[in-house]
Ligand binder design. Structure first.
Ligand code: M6R
Length: 586
């Protein structure tokens, strides 16, 4: 997590970096700091606890080189002392870092033993002191040698007093180089510099870039030169802005009018090819984290329902425990908006060791997962900035439907269902619909718990609903399979406890209504979501009848409800406390 960025060029470097950090704030927003190389080659610094968005000036003098960091705390509390950049003993080397140094305790003791003085509780600071030890070799070699000592996934950028440039290295956390006209950027994510350039080069693991005149890439292991490919990104800067909306989350929910259509605009023969591979594989695993994981779990039901086929869902952080079931004929399908989630990348590493083929559904073109996969389906949702995933979710689901239908040779039937679904989502997202959900939010916004139940295809979406409610409104949301309630959770229901019931016109409708009745009999306040009204509902939110595609339409009102609950409760909608958009640490 954390966002890091660096700039060298004709602009006012610290200002450019400050603006870039605002675009990276979704990665971490506990505190921020910038270091720039002042006129005499002296390093000047600014550090602040809190968010950067309200700042308009850095207070630093104009310069052509600067680095900046927006923090999501891991080692050491949120304080100015722990805010990056961190320095060596002589304040001549400044370092920013995204990741975790697994052997930091050992390095800190070792460096302390050699007389290095530490001024923060962070793991990052050891890098500054390690670079200091090798500094007679020049900044490039010093960074390379320092990174040889550091274990874990990291991305690091360093500047040095008197050195007119910067050096960046990657050992697991993302770093992208933006190539402008006589100006260069390095950043954890592309939106940081989209205003300036769409031409990028990706650093892979164990690579570094030295930006003096123009970027030169090296292998971290050998120190030898590395060739990189220039990629042009097709996102526009506007897509990454809020526009007329108050928050990215509501903008991105509303974009689902288009994004489902964009997602299914895939090459049919590629979909068919992968579907054939699923049919002939020795087991297919789906993996992802958080919301993407719930999409994978829905995938298990989608394949069962549509293709009568068993696929395995495993949460990425648990995937290494399934290593023994993997063969070269196994297929791993990963789902990730960012393509940078550490647990997903680790799952890929585990699978690759066993010769497994990797297929990915990714939103960010050129992300690590995209580059590590044998085949990628880009979900084409455009930049998703709010920490709460919304439009990526429905786009990912849509592609899983296509794949499932294709395994039965009926890809066109699947496409037609999704076209119908996309058009009904378009109708659904109207001002009256939004107002009805806002009205519900007003009724339940003071409650401390919300339960969500579903069955069959809508059970994984009950789990996803809970994530939305938790992260956006800070209300305790909990999702269950409808049938599980009476095995324990029913004890939690009191008079007025809200319980959302996800329904569809399907064969489990009578059972889920039965579960709703059980909750109602204990005083629960029943919120029905689905195409059919029922007497047990205290409040009903209609969703269109799209048959097997009900998870797509049912999750949207929950996204909206979570949004309005968060607004009414005064929460930080786009940047929930303690969370970050890309979880690049395990
Ligand atoms: O970028 P990814 O899709 O791999 O991210 C996975 C999760 O971290 C993400 O879905 C997270 O659960 C969201 N905050 C949920 O809204």
């Amino acid at each position: 997590m954390c966002g890091i960025t660096a700039y060298k060029g004709k602009g006012d470097a610290s200002f450019v970096v400050m603006e870039a950090l605002k675009k990276l704030e979704y990665r971490g927003y506990d505190s921020w700091g910038i270091a720039s190389l002042g006129a005499e080659g002296i390093i000047e610094t600014v550090k602040n606890v809190g968010k950067i968005s309200s700042h308009t000036e850095t207070g630093l003098r104009q310069s052509s080189v600067a680095i900046g960091h927006t923090r999501w705390a891991t080692h050491g509390g949120v304080s100015e002392r722990n805010t990056h950049p961190h320095f060596d003993c002589g304040n001549e080397i400044a370092v920013i870092h995204n990741g975790i140094i697994e052997n930091f305790d050992e390095l800190r003791r070792e460096l302390g033993g050699r007389g290095h003085e530490f001024r923060s509780e962070t793991d990052t600071e050891v890098i500054a002191h390690l670079i200091e030890e090798f500094s007679s070799l020049g900044l490039k070699e010093a960074v390379r040698k320092a990174m040889e000592r550091v274990k874990g996934r990291s991305a690091v950028i360093a500047i040095k007093k008197g050195y007119d440039g910067f050096v960046a290295a990657r050992t697991g956390s993302p770093l992208i180089v933006g190539i402008g006209e006589n100006e260069y950027f390095v950043s954890s994510d592309i939106p940081a510099f989209l205003d300036h350039t769409k031409n990028v080069m990706y650093l892979d693991d164990d690579e570094m870039v030295v930006v003096e005149k123009k970027p030169v890439f090296y292998s971290l292991k050998s120190g030898g030169l590395v060739e990189k490919r220039l990629i042009t990104i097709d996102w526009s800067a506007d897509q990454a802005e809020k526009g007329e909306f108050e928050h990215f989350m509501i903008k991105e929910i509303m974009e689902q009018k288009d994004t489902i259509l964009r997602a299914i605009n895939q090459n049919d023969s590629e979909i068919q090819k992968i579907a054939n591979e699923i049919n002939s594989s020795f087991g297919t695993f789906f993996t992802g984290c958080g919301t993407a994981g719930k999409v994978c779990f829905t995938g298990q039901y989608i394949f069962s329902k549509i293709a009568n086929k068993h696929v395995n869902y495993v949460n990425s952080s648990e995937f290494p425990n399934y290593e023994h079931f993997l063969r070269p004929e196994t297929l791993l399908i990963t789902v990730s908006q960012s393509g940078e989630t550490a647990d997903v990348l680790e799952a890929v590493k585990t699978a690759k060791k066993k010769g497994v083929k990797i297929i990915s559904l990714v939103n960010v073109k050129g992300s690590t997962l995209d580059r590590q996969s044998d085949h990628t389906f880009l979900i084409n949702a455009g930049p998703e900035k709010a920490v709460a995933s919304t439009k990526a979710t429905t786009a990912q689901l849509a592609i899983l439907y296509l794949l499932a239908y294709a395994t039965t040779g009926k890809i066109h039937e699947g496409k037609n269902l999704l076209l119908e679904t996309a058009s009904k989502v378009n109708d659904m997202l109207n001002p009256r619909y939004l107002a009805r959900i806002e009205e519900l939010a007003k009724i339940i916004c003071k409650k401390s718990d919300i339960y969500i139940i579903g069955r069959g295809l809508n059970y994984p979406m009950a789990l996803e609903s809970a994530i939305k409610v938790q992260e956006v409104s800070y209300i305790h949301g909990h999702g269950f399979a409808g049938g599980e309630l009476k095995h324990g959770p029913l004890a939690l229901i009191e008079k007025g406890t809200p319980c959302i019931v996800l329904t569809a016109k399907d064969d489990v409708f009578p059972q889920i209504i039965g579960n709703a009745m059980e909750v109602k009999a204990r005083g629960g306040y029943i919120i029905g979501i689905g195409p059919e009204k029922h007497g047990v509902f205290d409040y009903w939110i209609k969703t269109p009848d799209v048959r097997e595609a009900s998870p797509i339409v049912n999750i949207i009102p929950v996204q909206l409800l979570a949004y309005y609950l968060g607004v009414l409760r005064g929460c930080e909608i786009d940047y929930p406390r303690n969370l970050a958009k890309s979880v690049t640490v395990q």
